[in-house]
Design a protein around this ligand. Structure first.
Ligand code: ZN
Length: 205
């Protein structure tokens, strides 16, 4: 399977599971590190019908490497910030209900901890359910340059995180390759739903 086939299959799967409805969400994978070449989903396409032809190739500055009908995702700069600052091999961004709700509920504290859950062990490097995972939240913005700068700063002080939320918008997570990044989406979406449902029973929880 090519990277473009794999990436478009992930997008269709995430749509089916309610994490990238309509045109929401965007996904990327590093093809080559030096010089940087990244495959990324094109902007404004329905994720239920994404095909390998809808995957574009960009360079380190976010410019298209091949002539194409499509336009790279509006959030390309965020993907590049994660690839360049953390050395990620794949970056996945979902717009689930639970990430949307919890990113709003906890924004006053700048994030929240997820701790004590067995599923935390699905995150790279986590060996025990006693792990305490900090999930930072940044304010949403349409100014992608400002948002990318904010995210680069976030990594300076939170080197060990596995993801972050954008308020009332969604989740970003990554991995050393597409398989690991996909697992991180599954794990974090499970944990977000668990935390969210638990807090509905007991808001102070
Ligand atoms: Zn988004």
């Amino acid at each position: 399977m090519t990277q473009a086939e794999h990436l478009s299959a992930v997008a269709r799967d995430f749509h089916r599971r309610g994490w990238a409805l309509g045109t929401s969400g965007n996904f990327s994978v590093v093809i080559e590190r030096h010089p940087l070449r990244v495959a990324i989903t094109a902007s404004s396409l329905d994720k239920s019908r994404l095909s390998p032809d809808d995957i574009l190739e960009i360079d380190a500055g976010g410019e298209l490497l091949r002539p194409s009908q499509g336009k790279p995702s509006a959030e390309t700069l965020l993907h590049l910030a994660i690839v360049q600052n953390l050395g990620a091999g794949a970056v996945l961004h979902t717009h689930s209900v639970w990430s949307t709700i919890l990113s709003d509920y906890h924004v006053g504290r700048g994030g929240f901890f997820i701790e004590g859950y067995e599923m935390l062990k699905g995150l790279e490097g986590v060996k025990t359910h006693e792990h305490r995972e900090w999930l930072p939240i940044v304010e949403n913005s349409q100014d992608m340059e400002a948002l990318a700068a904010e995210i680069r700063e976030l990594f300076d002080t939170n080197a060990k995180i596995h993801g972050f939320l954008i308020r009332r918008h969604g989740l970003y997570t990554w991995g050393r390759d597409l398989t690991e990044a996909t697992r991180h989406v599954e794990i974090l979406e499970f944990l977000l739903e668990s935390v969210g449902r638990r807090q509905m029973m007991e808001p102070q929880y």
